[in-house]
Design a binder for this molecule. Structure first.
Ligand code: SF4
Length: 361
């Protein structure tokens, strides 16, 4: 059997071996990994893997690896500190104007670098109706909450009917103006982006954004592109988020090709995440200096439309910060151009006068 002929979802190391995505000699080691972290690969993604390539960038994202059981001291089961900011089940309230609403703990595919890998998996459930009602009450009670980010897991694994009910409950709250949906489904199982599901996300009177998680240009198959077009054609703008991963997209050509492919699909690259300190993921993490060097290459060679913001989710739950690179010297007098040449910037403005006044006082 070739990978391209895979027709069923693969959920165990034995199924991966049968599909020839892993060697039988690795089964025992991988069963230990699968006992701890969920394994699921959809036929669409399995079909993209080249079994003859030991460094296949799609396999690195989804096929389990024995190194996942090597936990580093700095790694954490909750690397971005969701729990510290969860006032009520299903809600993470880190920033004043927005909350995460974690509807479900399941995904169509399980990524080996997932920052919530200790929380997600088949059978991990999601918000039962009473908990969802509590979460909606929490949102209703805080007029500062302007945006709701539907996440999980992958919220789009829910039925169109349930999603429509959630969206209707949220849009009935006057101060909620924006609903943002984080998903991997258009690349993992594009056939599940049905017309009914797209319509369910359209929020009357509110803006809905869909943010696609995608890390390698090969994930943007023709079917995935068509799935994304169904959102955009229905008036739902799309953004993307990608995770910088060693051996997947840590070279400028791959990253640039991904960003260009996204823009061609009418998806604006939004975030490039530095990989979080999730347990057992050190073999997939790069150094921040490498990420900054890649961002410089992107800045120098690709359209402004293709530039995501490189961010780090600060361990402990302190939120995301952009991590450069920077082009302006600390004192604001030297600026670097896209070819790496430095230029003196000598202009003064009213801000400079104000700063002088402050320092003289
Ligand atoms: S789709 Fe998202 S939540 Fe699900 S395993 Fe991948 S990174 Fe984690």
């Amino acid at each position: 059997m070739t990978a391209a002929a895979i027709r069923k979802t693969l959920r165990t190391p034995a199924a991966l071996a049968e599909a020839r995505l892993v060697g039988g000699d690795r089964l025992q080691a991988l069963q230990k990994v699968a006992a701890r972290y969920a394994v699921t690969i959809t036929p669409t993604l399995a079909g993209l893997i080249d079994p003859a390539d030991p460094n296949d960038p799609i396999a690195r994202q989804f096929v389990p690896d024995p190194r996942e059981l090597d936990i580093q001291p700095e790694e954490d089961r909750d690397p971005i500190g969701d729990d510290a900011h969860s006032p009520i089940e299903g809600v993470v309230h880190r920033y004043p104007d927005r909350v995460l609403l974690k509807l479900v703990n399941a995904c169509a595919v399980y990524c080996r670098f997932c920052f919530r890998r200790e929380m997600v998996g088949p059978g991990r459930g999601g918000l039962v109706p009473a908990a969802l009602a509590g979460a909606i009450d929490y949102i209703r009670a805080d007029p500062q909450i302007w945006e709701i980010i539907l996440t999980g897991g992958d919220p789009l694994v829910l039925s169109a009917r349930r999603l429509q009910e959630v969206v209707a409950s949220l849009t009935a709250i006057d101060h909620v103006k924006v609903i943002r949906v984080h998903t991997r489904l258009p690349v993992a199982a594009p056939e599940r982006i049905t017309r009914a599901l797209v319509q369910a996300l359209r929020a009357k009177g509110n803006a809905t954004f869909v943010v696609l998680h995608v890390n390698h240009p090969r994930e943007l198959t023709r079917q995935a592109k068509n799935a994304c077009a169904r959102f955009v054609d229905a008036g739902i703008p799309m953004l993307s988020q990608s995770v910088l991963l060693r051996g997947v997209n840590d070279d400028a050509e791959t990253l640039g090709a991904l960003m260009r492919a996204l823009v061609e699909c009418r998806i604006k690259p939004y975030y490039l995440h530095h990989a979080d300190l999730a347990p057992g993921t050190a073999h997939l993490r790069t150094r921040i200096a490498e990420g900054q060097a890649l961002m410089r290459r992107l800045h120098g060679r690709y359209s402004g439309l293709c530039q995501p913001t490189y961010v780090l989710d600060i361990p402990g739950g302190y939120g995301k910060s952009p991590i450069g690179p920077t082009y302006l010297s600390e004192d604001g007098t030297v600026i670097e151009d896209f070819n790496g040449r430095c230029h003196v910037y000598a202009a003064t403005g009213s801000g400079a006068e104000k700063n002088t006044a402050v320092s003289n006082s």
